[in-house]
Design a binder for this molecule. Structure first.
Ligand code: HEM
Length: 138
C-alpha cells in the first residue's frame, strides 16, 4: 500500500488529487485502506464504510474522469505486479478493475459540481458503487 501511494503521490495526474485537493493524511488513511483490501482480497469483514460516498464527494471537487481511473488502475496493477504474485495478487488486480469500473460508471451519474447531496454520498450505495439493499449494513 505504501508503495502504491508513493507512486500515486508522485504521479503528474493523480498526485495533485491526493496532495492538493484531498490533502490526504496518509498515516490516518493507511489503516482504513488496508482494512478495505483485507476485506476485498481475503473476504474478511474488516471494512464497513462507504467508499463510494468518499469518492462522490471528491468528484464534486475535482472530476474523477475515466482517464484518472485508468491511470489509478495502471499504477495499482504495476505496483501489485512489482511486489506480489500468486492468487491473492491476481484477486487484488481483478477486484480493483471491477470496483474502478463500477465506481467510474456511478460517478458519471453524479454531477461533478454538486455531488454531495446525492444518494451516492448518503450511504445508499456499497463500496463497489452498487445500490445498497435495505437489509445490507453500511
Ligand atoms: C481516480 C481514481 C481514484 C482517486 C483519485 C482516489 C482518491 C482517493 C482519496 C483522495 C481518498 C481519501 C479521501 C479522504 O479520506 O479524504 C480515497 C479513499 C479511498 N479510496 Fe480511492 N481513489 C481512486 C480510486 C479508487 C479505487 C478504484 C478504489 C478501490 C478499488 C479506491 C478505494 C478507496 C477506499 C477504500 C478509500 C477509503 C474510503 C474511506 O474513508 O472509507 N479508490 N480515494
Amino acid at each position: 500500500m505504501t508503495e502504491f501511494y508513493r507512486r500515486a503521490f508522485a504521479d503528474p495526474r493523480l498526485g495533485p488529487v491526493f496532495v492538493d485537493v484531498a490533502q490526504l493524511d496518509l498515516p490516518a488513511h493507511l489503516p482504513v485502506i488496508c482494512d478495505f483490501w483485507q476485506a476485498v482480497i481475503f473476504r474478511a469483514g474488516t471494512y464497513r464504510r462507504n467508499a463510494f460516498g468518499v469518492h462522490a464527494e471528491l468528484h464534486a471537487r475535482v472530476p474523477l474522469t475515466p482517464e484518472l481511473f485508468a491511470r489509478w488502475l495502471e499504477l495499482w496493477t504495476a505496483t501489485v505486479d512489482d511486489l506480489h504474485s500468486g492468487p491473492h495478487a491476481e484477486r487484488a488486480k481483478l477486484q480493483a478493475h471491477r470496483i474502478a469500473l463500477s465506481m467510474g460508471r456511478r460517478l458519471a451519474d453524479v454531477p461533478a459540481t454538486s455531488g454531495t447531496a446525492t444518494p451516492a454520498s448518503s450511504g445508499a450505495v456499497t463500496a463497489a458503487g452498487r445500490r445498497r439493499r435495505p437489509s445490507e449494513p453500511d
